[in-house]
Design a protein around this ligand. Structure first.
Ligand code: FES
Length: 296
């Protein structure tokens, strides 16, 4: 066997033996309990005891040089060096879930959503019903927009004669209209029949014309002018004669008007049925300027 082969075998064996020796020497002697003695030590002690004529049981008498007090001391020191035991709590047993009391929780999410839905539906239905009732509720009668009774024939004639707001003019606020006398002579009525028609003409034949106070140009309220005996609009200067026929200005037509009827001695103005004023150039009464203008 060559030297190389011997070295190849010997070196690994030496390493293995060295590793075994190192692990044995580094091993803690107290891992397997207190007072542990290796097998060689115990055998040596037994041989020493046998040669001395004593049994291992007599060891406590100090035959081997280690007293029982020393062993107790060693045990107590080892016990002191031990880490304290870790307290482990007992695992709690699972418990059945029970919902918390309603007084603690208040309103749950489900309750909130349910109540919100009900409130929203009730509000929507209530609003819809209110709108339907308001739509179907009978409209008030007697005010502007309906057939308005302005008084008896005598009281209306008296108002015209007294000249309110000016001589030959009478204003009735409930109808927002001027109730003007219309000449009932044959020539004037013939002119009226050639221009007007329907319920407005019927009122003229009764001797009345109801002129809406709104200027047909841009909607200003048209006042009267006592000196000229015309209506004269302050906004842009349109002028109309006593029965609302346009004389001058930018207005596109004469003053708008309502039908007038007489029922049981009472005068009614139907403010729900407005008729457009006559065309420019209409002059059924022939009334000219009777004095200076109130507006330029
Ligand atoms: S609003 Fe009356 S003339 Fe323009």
């Amino acid at each position: 066997m060559s030297t190389g082969i011997i070295l190849a075998i010997a070196i690994p064996v030496i390493f293995v033996l060295g590793a075994v020796v190192a692990s044995v020497s580094l091993r803690r002697r107290d891992v397997s309990g207190l007072g542990y003695l290796s097998r060689e030590t115990r055998r040596r002690d037994e041989m020493a005891a046998a040669s001395a004529g004593a049994t291992p049981a007599e060891d406590d008498a100090g035959v081997f040089g280690v007293s029982s007090e020393a062993r107790e001391l060693e045990r107590a020191v080892a016990l002191e060096r031990r880490p304290p035991p870790v307290a482990v709590d007992e695992p709690a047993l699972p418990q059945d879930w029970a919902p918390p009391p309603a007084a603690e929780v208040g309103v749950t999410r489900r309750q909130f959503l349910n109540r919100s839905s009900v409130i929203l539906m009730a509000t929507g239905l209530g609003t819809f019903n209110a709108a339907m009732i308001a739509f179907l509720w009978p409209r008030p009668t007697g005010g502007f927009g309906s057939k308005v009774k302005i008084g008896t024939v005598d009281s209306v004639d008296e108002a015209i004669a007294s000249g309110t707001p000016a001589e030959n003019f009478s204003y009735f606020s409930e109808a927002r209209s001027y109730i003007q006398p219309y000449p009932t002579d044959a020539a004037t009525l013939a002119n009226a029949e050639a221009t007007y028609g329907g319920s407005v003409l019927e009122g003229m034949k009764l001797g009345y014309v109801a002129l809406w106070q709104v200027c047909p140009h841009l909607g200003c309220k048209v006042p009267v002018c006592g000196s000229s005996q015309w209506f004269e609009c302050p906004c842009h200067g349109s002028k109309y004669n006593r029965v609302g026929e346009k004389k001058s200005g930018p207005a596109p037509r004469g003053m708008d008007r309502f039908p007038v009827t007489i029922e049981d001695g009472n005068v009614f103005v139907d403010t729900g049925r407005v008729s457009q004023g006559p065309a420019i150039g209409t002059d059924t009464t022939g009334q000219g300027l009777e004095g200076p203008h109130c507006r330029a």
